[in-house]
Design a protein around this ligand. Structure first.
Ligand SMILES: [Zn+2]
Length: 786
């Protein structure tokens, strides 16, 4: 780092002690699991939301939940049980082998929504679905109930067929396929979670019975497997199935459930975490987070230290090393490093954050340090709220952080992605985790307008605020049966440099500890607390690059608004330019207008979460004027070089672009288009392939293909007019850039032909490509690779 950069950092409005986001410090504290008096969240039914973007999200989500028809979500469950169906199956993933996962999420969402709003219509739906599931289970007669399927060729069969095979030791396990079904144990975890939520939030006793019946069925399968076979099976995503068995154990203390939960332990991923070794890069994030939630619960129930160590280390590693400024993690669903090189259009799957918030709640219970809620608030506000468009009630899967990218939202009845499922739940429970308690102490962790009923104290408390847009919070004891002495601890966010607290208009005596400012006094009805959290704009560097910054106002990520999502963004990615970062940020100030601090244009900063239908810029390179000019010249030179090569080529194909593929008579097979960092391409999964026509000529030619250097599990052959001309193998070892390969073609294959057919074909259990473009060029215009 040169001297000017160091000055930039020192001058930044925000510098954390370790160069890490402030929420990390909690994880560095010693063993929290020893505390006997746990802090616990208030139940959802004790919290009612008042107008804010959070209440709007709950209301919008409620409209969507009521548009969905339980009989359609139950379709595959009835088919599986041999019962006549009452509604057509939904589209998207519900028509795929993963079918049934949405019903589990829906049961959870309606249960949470009942607890959050008290509206009986949600409980009625829960009761109806549980009764239907009980009927399906009884028709099966052996405890089984599920809706997932298995594809055999083009025929869908009931997924139950996999279990007799597995019980016999016939286990075919891949990351997302178990004996040919798409993540079936993941789907069963969602069903368990739905049933257990119906029991917990709606008091539906049948739901627990159905869950126990299904648990016994799975026990019958798992008990026939050796520990080695269990490990083999768990190579396929299994969600938080361990947690489900622990929840059964908590509810009736039958030791068999605990024994099963202990066996659902993926040594390959969890052992390194217990050793505090970060081996997460390349792993699929949402396959792992639910396992860790189960491990955290296992630690709570058994008090065995390695489980707690693994859970804490995972949380610490993910929040420190793998999280972006919005609190989300992973690119293209997998953990990657260094983070600054993975700011793309496929960052931050919503499910990952939904699960990280659950994990954070566990760790906070072990040690109520406010820093956990600094992370929680960041992710809840800037990612979860961003993934749900309140105008349409639809959900985003990824939260793209690449400059100029836009969010892609679900459709009501034809997607049913995983993130639609977790989204239905997330936006049913925004009252969750605002308030916590320990004996006579109340913890206020999130500043969300709401009313709390604290039964033990005979108190009703209300919070009014425009937070996160402003830092003033008013907290009142609206009702109190009689004067009571208790403590109220207000979280002071890590970024907040000064906080004032007044009670009934006078400065209050407070106690500062663990990130809280606590007032202990004798309260009477009508007491009023005014909390003032000083807010300002600050720059926060990404984990590994001090010169790539995001801008924050308090807890809110501020992004540049680059225009409507329906218009393409084709300009240069903006940068902050100035002598120091403090200059740049300081000149933006309250106007939220970058003015002369940005290139190539003035930028209007707006809360990122609410840019539902906009194109945004979240991260900005920090450059000097000279660096900005040099960067622009280099970009222009590269564009000119590519244009020159294309002009001298015999043919140019842009894979993934409709017109270009059509012009080249593409036969796509079952291959798919992809978008990597603004470039379209085409990818053939295992068992598929694609081919297209390229112009030829009499001179000796080379075929140029462009790939992604870090591509994993891609092994394939290239044929030209039926002759193999190359074989490629890529497994994450290349550079973090696009790479080109130039293959010299045997002259006799191309000579004298107007066209040749180029075919990409994957090896068994691998993919081909993605290929981002192909050129047919005179061999002397390129450097031949092979
Ligand atoms: Zn998801």
């Amino acid at each position: 780092m040169d001297e000017s950069r160091r000055t930039l950092l020192r001058g930044a409005a925000y510098v954390s002690a370790l160069g890490l986001p402030p929420f990390v410090k909690a994880a560095l504290n010693p063993d929290p699991a020893k505390s006997t008096a746990r802090v616990t969240p208030f139940p959802l039914e004790a919290v009612r939301l008042r107008p804010s973007p959070y209440l709007t999200a709950v209301e919008s989500n409620g409209v969507y939940l009521l548009r969905l028809e339980p009989d359609r979500l139950l379709h595959n469950f009835r088919v599986s049980a041999g019962l006549p169906t009452k509604g057509a199956v939904y589209g998207g993933w519900e028509s795929e082998s993963l079918a049934g996962h949405s019903l589990g999420h829906y049961l959870s969402a309606c249960s949470l929504m009942f607890a959050q709003t008290g509206e009986a219509q949600y409980r009625q739906r829960v009761d109806y679905i549980v009764a239907e599931l009980a009927q399906c289970q009884s028709a099966h007669g052996d405890g089984y109930v599920a809706g997932f399927t298995r594809k055999r060729g083009d025929v869908m069969e009931d997924g139950k067929a996999i279990f007799p095979e597995i019980a016999k030791g016939d286990i075919r396990s891949f990351p997302f396929a178990l004996n040919g079904a798409w993540s079936p144990l993941y789907t069963l975890h969602k069903l368990f979670a739905g049933l257990l939520d119906a029991h917990e939030y709606c008091g539906n006793a049948t739901a627990l019975k159905v869950a126990e019946g299904l648990g016994r069925y799975l026990d019958g399968v798992f008990s026939k497997l050796s520990d080695e076979q269990m490990q083999q099976m768990m190579a396929c995503e299994y969600g938080g199935l361990n947690e489900s068995f622990l929840q059964l154990y908590e509810r009736n203390t039958d030791a068999r459930w605990l024994a099963i939960a202990r066996r659902i332990y993926d040594h390959k991923v969890l052992d390194p975490l217990a050793r505090q070794s970060d081996e997460l890069v390349g792993l699929h994030s949402n396959t792992q987070v639910p396992k860790i939630i189960g491990i955290a619960r296992l630690h709570e129930l058994t008090r065995e230290a390695p489980y707690g160590t693994a859970a804490r280390f995972f949380w610490q590693t993910v929040t420190q090393n793998h999280s972006y400024v919005i609190g989300g993690n992973a690119d293209r669903e997998s953990f990657e490093a260094p983070l600054s090189k993975y700011v793309t259009e496929q960052t931050c799957e919503a499910c990952n954050t939904y699960n990280m918030l659950k994990l954070t709640r566990h760790l906070y219970q072990w040690q109520p340090d406010a820093a956990y809620f600094d992370y929680y608030e960041r992710a809840h506000l800037n990612h979860i709220l961003a993934q749900h468009d309140p105008d349409t009630g639809m959900f985003a899967y990824m939260m793209p952080l690449m400059t100029g990218a836009r969010r892609e939202f679900s459709t009501p009845f034809d997607d049913f992605w995983c993130c639609v499922g977790t989204g239905m739940e997330s936006h049913s429970k925004h009252g969750d985790s605002i308030y916590w308690k320990r004996r006579d102490q109340l913890f206020v962790n999130l500043y969300i307008p709401s009313e709390l009923t604290w039964k033990e104290q005979g108190a009703t408390l209300a919070m009014r605020t425009d937070y996160p847009f402003a830092g003033d919070v008013i907290f009142e004891t609206t009702q109190l049966e009689q004067p009571r002495t208790f403590a109220v601890a207000f979280r002071i966010p890590g970024w907040c440099e000064s906080a004032g607290l007044m009670v009934n208009g006078r400065p209050a005596t407070t106690h500062r500890q663990g990130g809280y400012s606590t007032v202990r006094r004798r309260w009477v009805a009508g007491d009023r607390v005014e909390l003032k959290l000083a807010m300002g704009l600050r720059a926060e560097p990404i984990r590994d690059d001090a010169d790539l910054v995001a801008l924050m106002y308090g807890s809110m990520v501020m992004a540049a608004d680059l225009g409507s999502a329906s218009d393409p963004f084709e300009g240069a990615a903006p940068a902050l330019v100035g002598a120091t970062a403090a200059d740049a940020v300081g000149s933006i100030g309250k106007s939220m207008n970058t003015g002369s601090a940005s290139r190539p244009m003035n930028l209007q900063l707006k809360p990122f979460f609410s840019q539902y239908d906009r194109r945004s810029a979240v991260y900005f390179p920090r450059l000097t004027e000279g660096e900005w000019q040099a960067q622009q010249s280099a970009l222009k030179a590269e564009q000119a070089r590519v244009a020159d090569l294309e002009a001298r080529s015999v043919d140019v194909l842009r894979l993934g672009e409709k017109q270009s593929e059509h012009d080249h008579v593409l036969k796509e097979g079952k291959s798919e288009t992809v978008l990597y960092r603004g470039r379209t391409g085409r990818w053939a999964r295992n068992g598929t392939s694609f081919e297209f026509r390229m112009r030829s000529s009499n001179e000796p030619l080379a075929l140029q293909a462009t790939y992604w250097g870090k591509q994993r599990n891609s092994r394939f052959k290239i044929f030209v007019d039926g002759l193999q001309v190359a074989a490629e193998s890529m497994d994450g070892g290349g550079p973090i850039t696009f790479v080109v390969r130039n293959y010299r073609l045997p002259h006799e294959v191309t000579k004298g032909k107007p066209f040749v057919v180029v075919r990409f074909e994957p090896e068994v259990n691998a993919g081909a490509g993605p290929v981002f473009g192909c050129l047919m060029c005179p061999v002397e215009t390129v450097t031949v690779t092979t």
